[in-house]
Design a protein around this ligand. Sequence first.
Ligand SMILES: Cc1cc2nc3c(=O)[nH]c(=O)nc-3n(C[C@H](O)[C@H](O)[C@H](O)COP(=O)(O)OP(=O)(O)OC[C@H]3O[C@@H](n4cnc5c(N)ncnc54)[C@H](O)[C@@H]3O)c2cc1C
Length: 651
Amino acid sequence: MQRENLSDRSKALGLHIHKVHDSAGVDIFDVFIAGSGPIGATYAKLLVDQGFNVCMVEIGDLHDSLHPGSHQKNEIRFQKDVDMFVRVIQGALSTVSVPASTMFNPTIDPSVWSDPELGGQVTISHGRNPHQKAHNNLGAEAVTHCVGGMSTHWTCATPEFLKGVERPQIFPDDEAKDDLEWKNLYHAARTLIGTSDTQFDRSIRHNVVLNALREDAAYKARGVKALPLACHRIGETPYVRWHSAENVFGKYLFRDMPEPKSGRGIFRLVANTRCSRIWRDELEPGHISFVEVQDLIAAMKDGPDKANFIINARIFVVAAGELMPCYNQILAASKLGGLRSQQKDANVLIPNLGKYITEQPYISSSFPFRELEKVDDITSSTHPEWWQEAVGAHQTQYPEDPLPIPIQDPEPQVTIPATKERPWHTQIHRDAFSYGEVGPSVDPRIVVDLRFFGMQDGVKENRVLFEDKVEDMFGMPQPTFEYKPTPKYALQATHMMRDMTQVANTLGGYLPGSSPQFMTPGLALHLGGSVRLGQDEKNESVADYNSLVWKTMNLYVAGNGIIPTPFAANPTLTSMALAIRSAKDISDHLQALKDHKDHGRWRWSTSGSKDLVAGTDILPTPDDWFEWTDPKHPNYPDHENLRNLESIVMY
Ligand SMILES: Cc1cc2nc3c(=O)[nH]c(=O)nc-3n(C[C@H](O)[C@H](O)[C@H](O)COP(=O)(O)OP(=O)(O)OC[C@H]3O[C@@H](n4cnc5c(N)ncnc54)[C@H](O)[C@@H]3O)c2cc1C
């Protein structure tokens, strides 16, 4: 089959080539990536390391920080007072869909404008959505738009999924093969994001919580352990460097990025630029030809019509959001599926887009440690030397302080792992989220937060639809949620609540105003399923286990939305693992193009173009794809030496 003439097509659409092609000196990038969160960064790092030229666009800003994509909690003031970080998170999150009905305000001045039909102020700005019902909304679902995405504020919890419950099966017919694949992928993902479960070993509070649970008969057999976190401690100090997309990009995100050498490719990140639409080849519909992007600064200055450009690439990766609205939005805006008007269209390219979404019922509470029996024990001489020294130093410096816990004692970071019998993820720790500041009435050193996350299977009734006629603040189709927990998982959430209250009662008493409560659906910010992976294109999936969208040759989806299983644990590590696997398929794909060999999804035709083939090639990821996980390898992500911390003091 013949391919269309690209320049004729772009002329017909009135689109010019984006200047990034000139700036990089590249006519056609090997890979285009939409979204600069940790998942987009995973693709970028691995593929640039392999010598491929990558262009990434990000709708958000670089952030006015010296180091784009870095975790904002690394600022020392937040480490001294984590409660202050709550407001940073609140500022970073934009709610996705706000039902118009909640806009009704019975006590507003009767003379102000309101829609006479609906009796409230029904507008469509800032996520207000006239199609959204309140009862089946994910009301707290939110997105972050900036380089680094949500990893610029995330909690960094990076557990693995529980086999047999949460972990997807890449090789369902061969358990040993599946186990080995996940072992390799998880090891690589942990190395890339820098996960550790020892960074809080020298925290008094951490050990108090661990011991209290481990010594309690009810929890002894439940494997209570440190929560795995993507971070590292700076020497022996109370300060931690929290990892983010910046760590995944490594050197590629630095202003003084070295020119490509040692076989590395060119990397360009274009911020303040919206990936608006993916254009398919008119003659070869399984082939994506180019993307249309909008330069948002130029759109403000010169008007949107003069700000739309095309970027050419061989492969396209949509990694534009932890929350599926973002990347689904790009696919929906490209009319590939998911629009309300396409619900009955049997010919749409991606019929399952936005269907079978999963969400996590989420309970939270905060409580101070149970009175003094645990606090008194802190001064006992049975504790290790480092502990006694820290307590001694604190008591010498602050003789009036009735609490023997050092002011800068690192926080507790504990988890009780999920099991088949209790399939929920737990975080027993002290950290900031978008709510839950400890007020002045209680010393934060004795407060512990409990966060329990449940799960939900993807069912066809639960979905996100994209509106044809309503746009979000970036001019993309507005998402509308239709989501309700199924009876099985609703009951599981009740059991989770019971478990949580027992843990809370073991450790302490509730903080006034912070007793256990189910949070607004969506607040876990771990939405999955909307672009789910599957074993064959006839089931309800969107892409294969290489993350290659069915019926396409060169469109890959990425992020938490690809996870097809119900999951309670934080999903980013697993999404990174699947991205590492998918990047290998992209690398093979590009190599096949170069060597004129066939790929699992297409084969060369006699006319010199490519023919789409049904099915897919799902192979184990070979060992050499993981070579960079060896600390001696030049591409090893060395988190402790990512950059010189002095540069924060003097730049
Ligand atoms: C308070 C909080 C705590 C969290 N804690 C944890 C945790 O402990 N563990 C965990 O696993 N996860 C946690 N998460 C979720 C975690 O941050 C996400 O899972 C992760 O960031 C997803 O990575 P991503 O790259 O897929 O998407 P994102 O990080 O969302 O990045 C996507 C990027 O794409 C950009 N984008 C969107 N649309 C477009 C477009 N049209 N064109 C160009 N760019 C676009 C966005 O601006 C964004 O920067 C937390 C999140 C928050 C906010």
